[in-house]
Design a protein around this ligand. Structure first.
Ligand SMILES: NC(=O)c1ccc[n+]([C@@H]2O[C@H](COP(=O)([O-])OP(=O)(O)OC[C@H]3O[C@@H](n4cnc5c(N)ncnc54)[C@H](O)[C@@H]3O)[C@@H](O)[C@H]2O)c1
Length: 310
């Protein structure tokens, strides 16, 4: 029988690209997302996937959706780094407790492997050494990062206690088509949207904060590789291994995309770590995963999408 995969939160930015990639690899895809959530991100593949509406905070919904699937991908999050500290109780309840319900059900239904998309941008905290390898100390500076790390630890525990097979992909900073420009998490989408609207760009801090941006179509390929991974390693950084400051991105917008706009610099944010560049050599070695798109190609594709859609 054909292998199948359920993607929790699959109607979002990252999930829609993972769905496309798994389909291309011959896997049957079910997307699980909120009731009445917009299906716009998966509209182009709706005839090829199953779409289940449900609430990730409801274990009966999780249970029904999971039954009979070979693999599961966990992408649901009710918070982003900037909002997570505002209500830490909510962060724990909606993200941690629901993840534990998912793990229980994965064990019950003998899911062959669970892939968790974690956050390489927040679980390490302020870097001691760059680029950051998977063995770097983990000292998150936001509730969001603490929850991602705690989910990782529980995955380890569920493997030891109940044999749950899993892989963790610590994503750096994805960008690309369908990223929500209104969240504080997707800087490139946010800036391109504002440029399209003819608005002035607002940059937190001096614009020297460095992040490791990778194109989402590259990132999406890492899930299939993780499903097929036969090594005993559990945790991988997914990144380019190269850092860009906000000022460098703004410069690329002007030089590569030929865009014209104003920039206004604002006070910096406390939870933003100064620099985050992830070492991706372990993913290259075990998963045979390396980014294929250049930064300029990814930016051009993203801008074209924003021109046509947002
Ligand atoms: N975007 C990034 O920069 C980034 C980086 C690293 C990790 N991540 C993680 O990857 C995951 C996906 O991120 P994204 O950017 O695609 O976000 P997104 O908001 O585009 O997608 C998340 C999806 O989950 C769905 N969802 C939320 N709560 C739900 C619930 N209770 N029941 C059912 N569905 C629910 C949303 O409707 C949405 O479609 C998140 O866990 C995020 O923390 C994102």
């Amino acid at each position: 029988m054909k292998e199948s995969c359920i993607i929790f939160g699959g109607g979002g930015f990252i999930g829609s690209h993972i769905a496309e990639d798994l389909l291309a690899n011959g896997i049957r895809v079910t997307v699980f997302d909120k009731q009445n959530a917009s299906k716009k991100n998966v509209a182009h593949i709706l005839d090829k996937i199953d779409f289940i509406e449900g609430d990730f905070n409801n274990e009966v919904d999780i249970s029904k959706a999971l039954k009979g699937k070979t693999y599961a991908v966990h992408l649901v999050s009710s918070t982003v780094p900037a909002t997570s500290n505002q209500n830490t109780f909510y962060d724990v309840e909606s993200n941690l407790i629901s993840s534990l319900h998912l793990f229980e059900k994965c064990v019950e239904y003998k899911i062959s492997r669970l892939i968790f998309i974690s956050s390489g941008g927040t679980v390490y905290g302020n870097p001691v050494k760059l680029p950051i390898t998977e063995k770097h100390p983990t000292e998150p500076t936001s509730s969001y990062g603490i929850i991602k790390l705690t989910i990782e630890k529980y995955l380890y525990l569920y493997n030891v206690l109940k044999g749950l097979d899993y892989k963790i992909l610590r994503f750096a900073n994805p960008y690309g088509e369908r990223q929500n420009p209104f969240l504080t998490q997707g800087l490139i989408a946010h800036l391109l949207y504002k440029i399209k609207q003819g608005q002035t760009l607002e940059v937190w801090g001096d614009g020297k904060v460095i992040r490791d941006y990778f194109y989402i179509k590259d990132g999406a390929r890492s899930i299939y590789r993780a499903i097929r991974d036969r090594s005993s390693n559990r945790v991988y950084n997914i990144s380019t291994g190269k850092g860009h400051s906000i000022n460098q991105i703004i410069e690329r917008f002007r030089r590569v995309l030929k865009l014209d706009f104003e920039v206004n610099y604002m006070p910096g944010r406390k939870f933003d770590v100064r620099s985050n560049i992830l070492d991706n050599r372990l993913a290259a070695k075990n998963l045979k995963w390396i980014p294929e798109y250049t930064f300029n190609e990814g930016l051009k594709n993203t801008w074209r999408y924003f021109l046509d859609n947002e």
